[in-house]
Design a binder for this molecule. Structure first.
Ligand SMILES: N[C@@H](CCC(=O)N[C@@H](CS)C(=O)NCC(=O)O)C(=O)O
Length: 149
């Protein structure tokens, strides 16, 4: 059995999707929660200086969406053809857009500006994009794409 290690910080963030996919695929893996202390050294050993990183028998796989696609294909969650792959990819990229907006607010250090940005997202952005995701889920029988993802 290959040795599988999933490295990410101890938050959901960009890591939880990978952890969930590994669990879905019933893969026994080490859920390595990287601490602030170990990160500076580890950072220099990762492909892009960022996490998450999936390691399979020492081979590193980086970039969260690439990891999701890779594991999705491995565990039968990919599309049946190019068109279905596209349906999945467009929702995944849309989700990533939403996540980037949230991350921008999270990383803002000016507390007053941060509160304004958050307020703006709550009033003018989240209702629209979350409604869009809801509509997609309804159209897809409770899934985000092609009736299975
Ligand atoms: N495009 C990358 C972004 C990864 C990323 O931004 N990772 C953050 C945590 S969410 C990170 O490693 N931050 C620490 C650092 O850059 O030193 C992906 O999707 O994997």
């Amino acid at each position: 059995m290959p040795k599988v290690v999933f490295k990410y910080f101890s938050i959901k963030g960009l890591g939880e999707g990978g952890r969930m996919l590994l669990a879905y695929g019933r893969v026994e893996f080490e859920d390595h929660r990287v601490t602030e202390e170990e990160w500076p050294d580890l950072k220099t050993q990762t492909p892009f200086g960022q996490l998450p990183v999936l390691e399979i028998d020492g081979k590193q796989y980086a970039q969260s969406l690439a990891i999701y696609r890779y594991l999705g294909r491995k565990f039968g969650l990919a599309g049946e053809d190019l068109e279905e792959d596209f349906q999945i990819d467009q929702v995944l990229d849309f989700f990533y857009d939403i996540r980037l907006k949230a991350a921008e607010v999270f990383h803002e250090t000016d507390k007053e500006l941060q509160a304004k940005m958050q307020d703006d997202l709550i009033k003018n952005y989240y209702p629209i994009v979350l409604k869009k995701l809801d509509d997609i889920i309804i159209e897809n029988n409770g899934h985000l794409a092609v009736g299975k993802v």
